[in-house]
Ligand binder design. Structure first.
Ligand code: TYM
Length: 333
């Protein structure tokens, strides 16, 4: 079966190991399967839901493209473009915001977590963000959407919006209802400083994450400083439930070595953290250092990156403008 893949990444800088293991690694595998049609979007409209410095944003858009390529996405096989260039995204988001219900958005845990007690000061864009995400996906008739676990609820609302539009306008199957592609294991990489919190670009301490641009020395230092507990590593998986930091680090190791948590626990059970951390640093460096070096090289090749975005734009625009035209007809414009 041909899978139509769509996914997006915000160009907010500091792309990290969570983005890689939760999403981009999966993009690369999907891109490598000839049967799939893949679209990877740099979601700059989503990025401005929180304040951005324009100059920095421009650089971050290119750096995100560089990261995709450095991780192994082939722009010959996949469409890579930035969201703001294809105006159908903003337009479809408006139409869909008239279909989505306030109650659905009010349930979004990511919004609640992001704004905390400062809800009144949050931008409207941050609140309606999942509707723009639904527009992204539905414009391309995506069948599958690879994301990390934190995006699960946003995909559920996307499915609800698609079904509601199809029902309200009596257009069965106009919008394809997409399936989330979330890995069973390691779809939520946690902070190196707190195993109960998601690894995130917005976390103040840089020590909480491995950035995809980190050098060998930085990786070694961050893993050395990563939070642990005083016990040796457990020999059975069930013991990990009460030990979030150990679980996260063993999970990172397993994901990087394409292994299972069970096998990793078999190898390191009973050993102390310092020995395990050395091995973890090694596998991290093996994987991340070549990516980091490639990103640093590619970000200087602005013309090359802009060309990829332009070629991607031409293809994406073609698909999205057709779909939005049909939306106009259906709605009655
Ligand atoms: P963003 O930019 O926050 O993250 C990009 C991808 O990385 C995943 N991710 C993680 N996975 C595991 N552990 C973590 N700690 C971790 N942190 C981030 C995210 O799940 C995501 O897959 N709303 C989206 C972008 C978006 C999108 C879309 C995605 C916009 N439109 C359409 C899919 C389809 C976001 O903010 O991702």
């Amino acid at each position: 079966m041909v899978k139509k893949i769509f996914s997006g990444v915000q160009p907010t800088g500091n792309l990290h190991l969570g983005n890689y293991l939760g999403a981009i690694k999966n993009f690369v595998e999907l891109n490598n399967d000839k049967k799939n049609e893949c679209i990877f979007c740099v979601v700059d409209l989503h990025a401005i839901t929180v304040k951005q410095d324009p100059k920095q944003l421009r650089n971050n858009i290119r750096e995100t493209v560089a990261t995709f390529i450095a991780c192994g996405i082939d722009p010959q096989k996949s469409i890579i473009f930035n969201q703001s260039k294809v105006s159908a995204h903003s337009e479809a988001a408006w139409i869909l915001s008239c279909v989505a219900r306030m109650g659905w958005l009010n349930r979004m845990t990511q919004f609640k977590e992001k704004v905390g007690k400062d809800k009144e000061k949050a931008s409207i864009g941050l609140y309606s963000y999942p509707i723009l995400m639904a527009a992204d996906i539905l414009l391309y008739d995506a069948s599958h959407v690879p994301v990390g676990e934190d995006q699960k609820q946003h995909l559920e609302i996307c499915r609800d919006i698609a079904q509601r539009f199809n029902n309200d306008f009596n257009v069965d199957d106009f919008f394809k209802v997409p399936e989330p592609l979330i890995q069973n294991e390691f779809a939520r990489i946690m902070s190196l400083k707190d195993g109960t919190k998601k690894m995130s670009k917005s976390e103040l301490s840089d020590l909480s994450r491995i950035n995809l641009t980190d050098s060998k020395d930085i990786i070694i230092n961050k893993i050395k400083k990563a939070k642990t507990d005083p016990l040796p590593l457990p020999s059975v998986i069930t013991e990990l439930e009460k030990r979030p930091e150990a679980k996260n680090l063993l999970g990172i190791y397993s994901s990087l070595t394409n292994s299972t948590l069970e096998k990793t626990v078999e190898i390191f059970g009973g050993k102390n953290f310092s020995e395990f951390k050395e091995k973890l640093s090694q596998v991290l460096i093996e994987k991340i250092d070549p990516i980091s070096m490639e990103i640093k090289k590619l970000v200087n090749e602005k013309e090359f990156l802009d060309k990829i975005l332009l070629e991607g734009y031409n293809k994406a625009e073609n698909i999205a403008s057709n779909k939005i035209k049909k939306m106009h007809e259906i709605v009655g414009f």
